[in-house]
Design a protein around this ligand. Structure first.
Ligand SMILES: CC(C)(COP(=O)(O)OP(=O)(O)OC[C@H]1O[C@@H](n2cnc3c(N)ncnc32)[C@H](O)[C@@H]1OP(=O)(O)O)[C@@H](O)C(=O)NCCC(=O)NCCS
Length: 207
């Protein structure tokens, strides 16, 4: 392994620990920001994660009560406090209202990697907003954190998510059969990955 990579787990851990808060990342139309204190984002989260369309390919069934959104908001804060989860609120840049989430999870500094997840309120689908949010999270993961790999797993029927990953250069790496209990079926996972050099090459080509 090159020396740079051998030293990097400590650098990534130090960078993560040094973050006082989840950084705010601004795009042209969306913003990734930390969850608000108290119940400020709970109604937005509840609307998104109780929508059967949003949850069709998710790893759990739709929320059936607001209390589940309260608990989810708390787990988002706790995940950042433990520095194991970077779960941003995907906000409309003008109103700052919560319209989705974008997440770097399974953060493993030792292995220089994390996984990415995203969900957008169905009223906002098809306008490239999730794509913009993913671009911000990738730039943070590969740029600021200097991760070497970001992975994603997607159910085979989730065409919008598969297209989104392809647009950002993720490669299909394999299939895990019956990997997730969505509440209605055991779903396969299509495992995807994007490496730092692939991400950098795409950016260099655009500049
Ligand atoms: C996946 C999701 C975040 C995409 O959000 P979005 O803002 O509508 O996505 P974008 O507008 O950025 O579009 C991404 C790509 O998917 C395509 N797309 C969007 N909806 C589609 C659909 N229903 N079927 C096929 N392709 C679709 C877009 O044309 C675009 O392709 P392109 O980049 O080649 O032009 C959104 O559909 C969602 O929240 N789904 C539910 C939650 C979820 O499944 N998350 C992913 C779990 S792995």
């Amino acid at each position: 392994m090159p020396i740079d990579l051998l030293a990097r787990p400590d650098e990534i851990s130090a960078a993560i620990v040094a973050l006082p808060a989840l950084p705010r990342l601004d795009g042209a139309r969306v913003r990734l920001r930390a969850i608000r204190d108290g119940e400020g984002d709970v109604d937005g989260l509840h609307e998104i994660f109780s929508d059967p369309r949003v949850m069709r390919w998710w790893s759990r069934p739709p929320m059936t009560s607001r209390e589940e959104a309260v608990a989810y908001a708390e787990s988002i804060r706790e995940g950042f406090a433990q520095r194991t989860l970077f779960n941003w609120i995907l906000a409309d840049r003008d109103s700052d209202a919560c319209i989705g989430t974008t997440t770097l999870y399974a953060l493993e500094p030792r292995h220089l990697r994390a996984d990415i997840g995203y969900a957008l309120a169905s009223a906002h689908w098809g306008k490239g907003l999730a794509s913009e949010a993913v671009a911000l999270a990738l730039a943070f993961g590969f740029g600021a954190l200097r991760l070497h790999r970001i992975g994603a797993d997607v159910a085979p029927g989730n065409d919008a998510s598969l297209r989104l990953l392809a647009r950002h250069g993720f490669r299909l790496e394999g299939r895990l059969r019956a990997n997730f209990n969505s509440g209605r079926e055991l779903q396969d996972s299509l495992m995807h990955g994007l490496l730092a050099d692939e991400w950098e090459a795409r950016h260099a080509a655009r500049d």
